[in-house]
Design a protein around this ligand. Sequence first.
Ligand code: ADP
Ligand code: MG
Length: 242
Amino acid sequence: MSIIEFRQVSKHFGDLKVLDKVDLNINQGEVVVLIGPSGSGKSTLLRCINGLEMITGGDLVVDGISVLSGNVNLREIRQEAGMVFQQFNLFPQLTAEDNVAFGPRHVRGLSRSESLKISHELLEKVGLADKKKHLPAELSGGQQQRVAIARALAIKPKVMLFDEPTSALDPELRQEVLSVMQRLAEEGMTMVVVTHEMSFARQVGSRLIFMENGKIAVDGKPQEMLINPSNPRLQDFLKHVE
Ligand code: ADP
Ligand code: MG
């Protein structure tokens, strides 16, 4: 069964058409890697999935709930999809454990001790059990991004959305974040990942989508698309990212 269904989805910002009648079904357990030139609509596509942007045409259904069906449901959708941003977006004044506990405490309404228990389990999972009392500014970029992943997981999402999660990191810090993502994928998490990390796409992605001008230009198996890209613009794009 599809967990995410785009049906002829369009998104305009004023006169600018950013998504152009996108049809896309994502099944449970798929790891979809999204690539494409800057401005092709990748971030907007992700942001529509968790209701950070509202679609302006078509319909988008996340785990059976249409984003068009009103505010109460939109809040539910936001709890279905955890989002990880390029710039980590942690609360700077909160320790790692409180950043991760925030969702359980304030979105799910659990007690402080229950929230911290979840937080500690997730910090352990991303390899940061010993950093729980640290503020974001006291952590490396890679550690901050792992806290951000733990924080997104704390709302128990059915889907994880990643928008260039390693782009702000020095090359030597990227692998620790990619490894955490790979482990999540191996555990069966449904993921949509915007990234330029082609080795991740090849090794972890179950599906690769190349976007261009708000449309899905190519959608297929990473190995096939990367080894023998038939679309000339995809060929050209790959020359510039590798
Ligand atoms: P990508 O992530 O592929 O680089 P985006 O989805 O961020 O592309 O942006 C697609 C297009 O939409 C770009 O032309 C961008 O300038 C425009 N855009 C994105 N967000 C907004 C916004 N909030 N208001 C106006 N235009 C926007
Ligand atoms: Mg983007």
